[in-house]
Design a protein around this ligand. Structure first.
Ligand code: GRF
Length: 219
């Protein structure tokens, strides 16, 4: 069983996509250990409660220093007993001690085709504002492993989404969510649960489904 802890800050539509896939039986071997939010008012926590999942608030505001918060976040994660940390709209820089404790075991969804519109300052609507300001005709979403850098870890999955004339950041954000994010994030979790994602340096290789015949000995 792959136990995942999902970290959220806001609306939690990506969390919902995972819950929906789980409830539909399309994520065999996966269970959500807990949902952690840095924001007590996050609607994502209500989604967790509605699905009967433990919700935990771990806010920097409740700690005297950033370091104390970072330690607390690591402790909370460890207490959930998870194998994989899933960042689903978590607007907190992941502290080095957390990355070190979960090497190759933290994934993030980013609403652009990395390495475009990623890194410092590119979060939430700002990503889509950047894409529209640059006039790209195609954007999308990326699921990647988290390393010490910002949006710099090995890419697992990407999906392109077209930009249309007249798009606003909000309209584009919604299309990227519907056509890419809500599909890719559960899919990445499914692949990891099936042990099909191999990290090779800065890249990943996706192994074929066992029994699919692909890659099987032709003898
Ligand atoms: C998504 O666009 C995600 O890619 C980004 O933050 C947003 C979170 O949305 N990192 P939600 O909370 O899952 O609705």
């Amino acid at each position: 069983m792959l136990r995942i802890t999902v970290c959220v800050s806001g609306g939690g539509t990506n969390l919902q996509a995972i819950i929906d896939q789980l409830q539909a039986g399309r994520l065999p071997g996966v269970e959500i250990a807990a949902v952690i939010s840095n924001n007590r008012g996050a609607y994502a926590l209500e989604r967790a409660a509605a699905a009967g999942i433990t919700g935990i608030c771990c806010s920097p505001k409740d700690y005297a220093s950033r370091e104390a918060f970072n330690d607390a976040l690591l402790q909370q994660l460890q207490e959930t007993g998870c194998d994989l940390v899933v960042l689903a709209g978590f607007l907190v820089a992941i502290p080095p001690q957390v990355v070190a404790a979960y090497p190759g075991r933290i994934i993030n969804i980013h609403p652009a085709l990395i390495p475009s519109f990623c890194g410092k300052g590119y979060y939430g609507l700002k990503v889509h504002e950047g894409a529209l300001a640059r006039g790209v005709k195609v954007t999308g979403a990326t699921v990647h492993f988290v390393d010490e850098g910002l949006d710099s870890g090995p890419i697992i999955l990407q999906k392109a989404v077209e930009v249309r004339d007249g798009d606003t950041p909000e309209v584009l954000q919604r299309r990227v969510m519907e056509q890419a994010e809500w599909i890719l994030l559960p899919e990445a979790i499914r692949l990891i649960a099936q042990n099909r994602v191999v990290i090779e340096g800065r890249t990943t290789r996706i192994l074929p489904e066992s029994g699919s015949g692909e890659g099987a000995d032709a003898e």
